[in-house]
Design a protein around this ligand. Structure first.
Ligand code: CMC
Length: 429
């Protein structure tokens, strides 16, 4: 294969270097095109734009493949703890016994958050969305650790920030939940594992002992792993973009949380459950709901379906669906929303509208049903996505800085008014 592609514009040829990824993916390098030809490339929503090169996650949307650092998501979800996967994403390899133990011990020493975070949470109205609080608390973290603001900090400083982030995120998420329900926070218990500690801080009470149900902690561990990274999605790209201006890691991740909140991205998990509940409460059939979707009634999509990259199936959704059956059975929960979800899926997968557009269930379609069975309020679902996605955001930010990537600054095609004469206020109609 040639090393270059030739682009012919009005008879003039431009050489575009071809890059090949380790899994055979191909890319045209257009970075010098504007300097040489004055043309930019136009690609709304970056549907065909590789914004970076990366060694973290490989995703093949046609084949439904997802791998982190070369390991399949199926193997990781089946065999690992969430902290092992976090280590893998951030450091590049699976930890051995000693490395994992050191990592866990280090993380467990940073689990407390500054008491003044409570003051900030108390300033929020009751009922405020937890994602708004999470964004704010994450940004606030930078003020407690001014060392993290130095853009030229060394590797050791980054490691401390990373450890603090991973350690404090479960505490922060649990505090936000407790604030929403008006209960006092439950402090971390450092001899519990990552997931059990989080569950205790969320569902435990300061007035009584908490015993973690292994069915719940296993399901939670799997869900966190399945959300841990997904290459250049909207929030990860945001984290990289913000970090590319040398903004600190806390600020970059706060911006990533904002991106995740949107209903087309992580916010979809909340929307799926609300959609299922609405179908149930209004008494319409799944088919009637799908008719509304197909008629493109304003704002009606089949939430939890479709993906920018997966055009065959989302491997995470497959694992979650299996876990969902399992968890509901083990917990003895009989949720009518699951029946509605399964019916929607069954009809949609045979329907021309969804088939022709290659729309399949994504990670968010069944996750909410498990979160609900585990006892989480609907508004917390996207916070759980953020808790899982944190190691991915950290790994993406770290890679971007280690590669010394330039500031992210896309171009545009201006379609506004050309220069026009200024009109004085007195002459304006
Ligand atoms: N329900 C109905 N129609 C849909 C859906 C859906 N969920 N998703 C896409 N379409 C249609 C869309 O209307 C368009 O149709 P047409 O060609 O007639 O205009 C076509 O499919 C292509 O859609 P698109 O919006 O151009 O596709 P995209 O790649 O830009 O969007 C998506 C991907 C995930 C934003 C979209 O599929 C969607 O809105 N899904 C529902 C929200 C959702 O579940 N988001 C979670 C994504 S997975 C978790 C994560 O990583 O964020």
């Amino acid at each position: 294969m040639s090393d270059n592609a030739i682009l012919n514009i009005e008879g003039k040829e431009y050489n575009l270097p071809i890059h090949k990824g380790t899994e055979g993916e191909l890319a045209l390098n257009i970075s010098k095109l504007r300097d040489e030809s004055q043309y930019i490339t136009l690609d709304l929503g970056y549907k065909n734009t590789g914004a970076t090169t990366s060694k973290i996650t490989f995703l093949d949307g046609e084949e439904g493949i997802l791998r982190h650092r070369g390991y399949s998501i199926e193997d990781l979800a089946e065999n690992c703890t969430f902290l092992e996967v976090a280590y893998l994403l951030i450091k590049g390899n699976l930890p051995n016994v000693e490395e994992l133990s050191t990592f866990q011990n280090t993380i467990s020493r940073h689990t407390l958050v500054h008491e003044d975070v409570k003051l900030m949470l108390n300033a929020y109205p009751t009922g405020a969305h937890p994602m708004g609080k999470l964004m704010a608390v994450m940004a606030l973290m930078s003020s407690f650790y001014p060392d993290s603001l130095n853009p030229h900090s060394q590797e050791d400083d980054f490691a401390v920030t990373m450890n603090r982030l991973l350690a404090k995120m479960p505490t922060i998420c649990a505090m936000i939940h407790k604030h929403s329900v008006g209960h006092p926070m439950v402090y971390p218990t450092n001899n519990l594992n990552y997931v059990e500690n989080y569950l205790k801080m969320t569902f435990g009470h300061i007035t009584e002992e908490y015993e973690c149900d292994p069915v719940i902690s296993d399901a939670m561990n799997k869900l966190l792993i399945l959300h841990a990274d997904h290459e250049q999605n909207c929030s990860a790209s945001t984290v990289r973009m913000v970090g590319s201006s040398h903004a600190n890691l806390y600020a970059s991740i706060s911006a990533g949380i904002a991106a995740l909140w949107g209903p087309l991205h992580g916010g979809a998990n909340q929307q799926v459950l609300e959609m299922l509940q609405e179908i149930k409460d209004s008494g319409i059939t799944p088919q009637q709901h799908l008719d509304k979707v197909k008629n493109k009634e304003a704002g009606v999509r089949l939430m939890g379906f479709g993906h920018r990259v997966y055009k065959n199936f989302d491997p995470r959704a497959k694992i979650i669906k299996g876990a969902c059956d399992n968890v509901l059975k083990k917990l003895g929960v009989n949720d009518p929303l699951l029946d509605i979800a399964m019916k929607l899926e069954e009809i949609a997968l045979k329907d021309e509208y969804f088939v022709s557009r290659k729309l399949y269930p994504n990670v968010d379609f069944y996750s909410g049903i498990i979160y609900k069975a585990l006892g989480f309020p609907t508004q917390m679902f996207t916070v759980l996505f953020a808790l899982g996605r944190l190691p991915g955001w950290i790994a993406q930010w770290k890679e971007m800085r280690e590669n010394n990537e330039p500031i992210g600054r896309p171009r545009q095609l201006y379609l506004g008014e050309p220069l026009r004469p200024f009109i004085k206020m007195s002459d304006r109609k």
